[in-house]
Design a protein around this ligand. Structure first.
Ligand SMILES: Nc1ncnc2c1ncn2[C@@H]1O[C@H](COP(=O)(O)OP(=O)(O)OP(=O)(O)O)[C@@H](O)[C@H]1O
Length: 257
């Protein structure tokens, strides 16, 4: 089950980005993917989601090669939560989330009571039921991000892929979102998200996947993978890690020279 990526190579024209990526991820984990700007995180996600097809190697989701799956079959296995951009279209929140259920419908079938129930459940999971009748374009960035997550949950897949979900959120909403993702992982989802914040990985991730120079530089617990040496190599700045409290929390302080 879960997702496995074998010998994955991808280039944009002559510019190689992924140079032999290998990993396996299982359901029930929150996985943070780290790497500097341009490391290839979004490219990796786009390959995994079947949006980029000209790659070498193999990607399997729940044992099936994604090249053998239709778009609808992909949407039944994996949901993508993009970075929040201010919504252009004005839909009520409930209708926007209902759109996530289309993967479970046959051609030309309209959503019925089952789909509407999935929408209510998804809103409860991320605690936005009180927003149901608001217009999406009138919500804050953090609220919109939660609507996108609810839409992905209504898609009823066990794998959620999120591209920098915290990038436009205030500090409180970042932590609430990470806690919500951690809870989903505990409920059995595989949540894969990119982040530029090592501290989030230390606090919340079950596993961390570090991308460096087109390859996986480490996959394991954040404490195993995110050493001072690797963080310095990834981000190109001298820094120091400090353990905080009894949990596995660590903070990263740059050495200012
Ligand atoms: N459509 C494209 N055409 C050509 N090159 C691209 C394209 N998209 C991305 N790239 C290049 O591929 C490399 C990887 O980009 P990608 O967006 O996957 O990185 P990322 O790790 O997600 O970066 P960031 O943290 O800045 O979002 C970069 O050098 C980027 O310039």
């Amino acid at each position: 089950m879960g997702i496995s990526v074998n010998h994955l190579k991808f280039s944009y024209g002559k510019h190689p980005v992924l140079k032999g990526i290998e990993f396996q991820l299982q359901e029930g984990n929150l996985v943070c993917v780290l790497g500097k700007n341009g490391a290839g995180k979004s490219t990796l996600f786009r390959c995994m989601l079947g949006l980029l097809t000209g790659y070498q190697g193999e990607i399997r989701v729940e044992h099936e090669n994604i090249k053998d799956l239709t778009q609808q079959q992909m949407a039944q296995k994996m949901a993508y939560i993009p970075q929040t951009h201010r919504a252009v279209y004005s839909f009520p929140v409930r209708d926007m989330i209902l759109m996530g259920t289309t993967a479970s419908l046959k051609n030309f079938e309209n959503p019925g009571p089952h789909q509407r129930e999935m929408v209510e459940r998804a809103m409860e999971q991320v605690k936005i039921t009180e927003l149901a009748d608001r217009m999406v374009n009138e919500l804050s960035g953090g609220e919109q991000q939660l609507v996108l997550i609810a839409r992905a949950l209504a898609q009823q897949t066990k794998i959620l892929v999120m591209d920098e979900p915290c990038s436009s959120l205030d500090y409180g909403n970042q932590i609430r979102l990470m806690q919500a993702m951690k809870k989903l992982a505990e409920e059995g989802y595989l949540v894969i998200q990119s982040t530029h914040n090592p501290e989030h990985a230390f606090l919340f991730a079950d596993q961390t996947l570090a991308l460096l120079e087109g390859k996986v530089a480490g996959l394991g617990t954040p404490q195993e993978v995110l050493t001072e040496e690797l963080l310095e190599r990834m981000y190109g700045i001298p820094l120091k890690l400090y353990e905080v409290g009894k949990e596995n929390a660590r903070v990263c302080i740059p050495k200012i020279v």
